[in-house]
Design a protein around this ligand. Structure first.
Ligand code: CUA
Length: 169
């Protein structure tokens, strides 16, 4: 019989190779999707500074993989950033010292249920949802204490859920 160039054996080999390649491609796609899902879970880890927080999402079960692992005031290249974790029935940190007349980028998330974050006597008032980061920049103009309350009913200890800013001159 005339040679076609591809005998049965060769065809089988090609089939095997292409089969393996398509399986590999599906796996690559799958791994890629998973990886992007994971990296999407930790938007706070990428970039640093303000860029980080714009993503606005965190996995409440994995806060220890984000800057919320160490709540409090940090100085970054962009300025002062304050990370606060709300959980039934506390804010962490319980007391925060902030400098007067200095912009502070505040980022808050919840480790459990929906909380509120209201700085009494100001217009700062936000809903704090698990999985989301509420971010806003505040410049405190008056030295002294400033009370923060949770204004979303979150359970038995809701009324006692408070924190304080101490604005240092
Ligand atoms: Cu937290 Cu009400």
């Amino acid at each position: 019989p005339p040679q076609t160039g591809l005998d049965h054996r060769t065809l089988e080999t090609y089939e095997t190779i292409w089969g393996a390649l398509s399986v590999a491609l599906v796996w690559l796609l799958f791994v890629g999707v998973i990886a992007s899902m994971i990296s999407g879970t930790f938007p706070l880890l990428s970039g640093g500074g303000h860029g980080v927080v714009k993503a606005g999402r965190v996995d409440p079960a994995r806060l220890d993989a984000t800057p919320f692992a160490r709540p409090g005031l940090v100085r970054t290249a962009q300025g002062l950033e304050l990370y606060i974790v709300a959980r039934a029935f506390t804010f962490t940190p319980a007391v925060v010292h902030v400098p007067v007349d200095t912009p502070v980028a505040i980022h808050i998330t919840s480790a459990d249920v929906v909380h509120g974050f209201q700085v009494t006597g100001t217009t700062i008032n936000d809903e704090i949802l698990p999985g989301h980061v509420a971010s806003f920049t505040v410049t405190f103009r008056h030295p002294g204490p400033q009370n923060v309350i949770c204004n979303e009913y979150c359970g038995a200890g809701h009324h006692a859920m408070t924190t304080r800013f101490i604005v240092d001159p």
